[in-house]
Ligand binder design. Structure first.
Ligand SMILES: Nc1ncnc2c1ncn2[C@@H]1O[C@H](COP(=O)(O)OP(=O)(O)OP(=O)(O)O)[C@@H](O)[C@H]1O
Ligand SMILES: [Mg+2]
Length: 415
């Protein structure tokens, strides 16, 4: 039976897809749900790890252990070779990531046992401007996938996978700009798609340009947090002698993959000392409380929820009082868009660069296909429309297009 597997291991969410001669589909990865948050809860007492929504619930219910999110970022930052403390022991990030990938493998095995080949997605760059470290990150992920049971592991760029998914629905040949803005990376390609081309064995000539940067939704979360949440916890607040608090504690608390690093006796002692220097010690008390009670991820989730709400409305209340003892500030879309201007500029540059590299006049690109969760941001639609004023903006399954495209790619490679 010809079944082929694609895995989209995302910074925020992951999917598993299977393709056969008739098409590709996502399979249930957490009960019936076809997406699973890329989250692991590592129990302090040595109980088996929990994954996805179950991991997040275990953390929110106060079980003793560590929630780990944005695990894919460890591949890009070198953290993958380090260990983290959990309940008096230490665990290697590589081990945590392996367990999560093994969990995805088990979902595939439950539906299609015995498949030993897989196509994994990868961002165009795990690491910006360093090809050898980038290749090492891919090799680490390949090794992990092999230890999970796939004998043959291939990779495809995530935006190309999204193009293959988009192509399954097109009636006529066209040039499309794929814009995949996820949790960790922004990846962009110009691809020639069409029903006839889809059948060709070699598609290299149809990829006109392809590039990506390490900017995504977790950056938008961080910047919104620093703009709206952290000031209520003492970020950039004055010291009694006219200085300002050191920033790094708050930067870490606002950055998904650095939160756990704050949960140490050392940070608790540092914050206690800072409290004495603070002009507004009550703000530092809130910070100390969040760290002591390990509310870092809960707070980051509230910030993320406010960010997502701002995609629908002009203002959203940031619910955090129960975690911090401070106010529930009102975030505004305008303020959010101002806070994320720097990464948006980088996305604008990326779009311009990829369109230029494609060597076609912008008018030749008929469609821009926006995918990835962060493509839900209204400002991204405006940004893409501004660089391609004549193009139709198409959207599809924001969280599933890369995964299904990877299974299409697996069928092409292995079929
Ligand atoms: N409606 C929305 N508006 C803005 N952002 C959103 C919306 N829905 C989801 N997001 C954001 O999308 C991101 C997750 O997107 P996605 O699942 O595509 O990422 P990923 O594939 O896991 O990451 P990557 O591909 O970068 O590794 C999160 O940062 C999330 O907050
Ligand atoms: Mg993605």
């Amino acid at each position: 039976m010809g079944l082929y597997c694609g895995i989209d291991f995302g910074t925020s969410n992951s999917t598993v897809a299977l393709a056969d001669a008739n098409g590709a589909r996502l399979i249930g990865v957490e009960g019936e749900a076809v997406t699973i948050p890329s989250a692991v809860f590592w129990d302090a007492d040595g109980a088996p790890p929990q994954f996805g929504r179950a991991a997040v619930s275990a953390y929110l219910e106060g079980e003793d252990g560590r929630l780990m999110r944005a695990l894919k970022t460890t591949l890009s930052t070198g953290l993958i070779h380090e260990r983290t403390a959990v309940g008096g022991k230490s665990v290697a990030f590589r081990e945590v990531l392996s367990r999560f990938i093994a969990h995805l493998r088990s979902r595939q095995e439950a539906v299609a046992p015995g498949l030993d080949r897989v196509v994994l997605g990868r961002p165009v760059h795990f690491i910006d401007d360093d090809p050898s470290l980038d290749a090492a990150a891919e090799e680490t992920l390949a090794e992990i996938a092999r230890t999970c049971g796939w004998r043959e592991v291939a990779f495809q760029f995530e935006p190309i996978a999204a193009a293959l998914h988009y192509e399954t629905g097109v009636q006529a040949e066209e040039l499309v700009l794929i814009v995949d803005i996820g949790g960790g990376t922004s990846d962009v390609s110009v691809v020639r798609v069409g029903p006839d081309r889809a059948r060709r064995p070699d598609r290299a000539g149809d990829i006109l340009a392809n590039d990506g940067i390490r900017v995504g939704g977790t950056d938008f979360d961080r910047l919104l947090s620093l703009a709206e949440a952290m000031p209520h916890l003492g970020y950039l607040s004055p010291t009694k002698n006219g200085g300002v608090m050191p920033r790094h504690y708050w930067l870490d608390l606002a950055t998904w993959h650095r939160i756990n690093g704050l949960y140490s006796a050392r940070t608790a002692a540092d914050l206690k000392a800072l409290r004495h220097e603070a002009e507004r010690p009550e703000l530092i008390d809130r910070m100390a409380r969040v760290v002591a009670e390990r509310h870092g991820h809960a707070l980051a989730m509230r910030v993320e929820a406010a960010k997502i709400a701002l995609s629908e409305s002009e203002a959203a209340r940031l619910q955090m009082s129960d975690l911090t003892g401070g106010p529930n500030p009102m975030a505004r879309r305008e303020g959010f868009e101002a806070a994320v201007e720097a990464p948006l500029d980088r996305i604008r540059d990326l779009l311009a660069r990829v369109i230029a590299a494609a060597g076609v006049v912008p008018g030749a690109i008929a469609t821009a296909f926006l995918t990835g969760g962060s493509s839900g941001l209204p400002i991204l639609h405006r940004t893409v429309q501004a660089v391609l004023p004549g193009a139709r903006i198409a959207t599809g399954d924001m969280l599933g297009s890369v995964g299904t495209g990877l299974a299409v790619e697996a069928r092409r490679r292995f079929g």
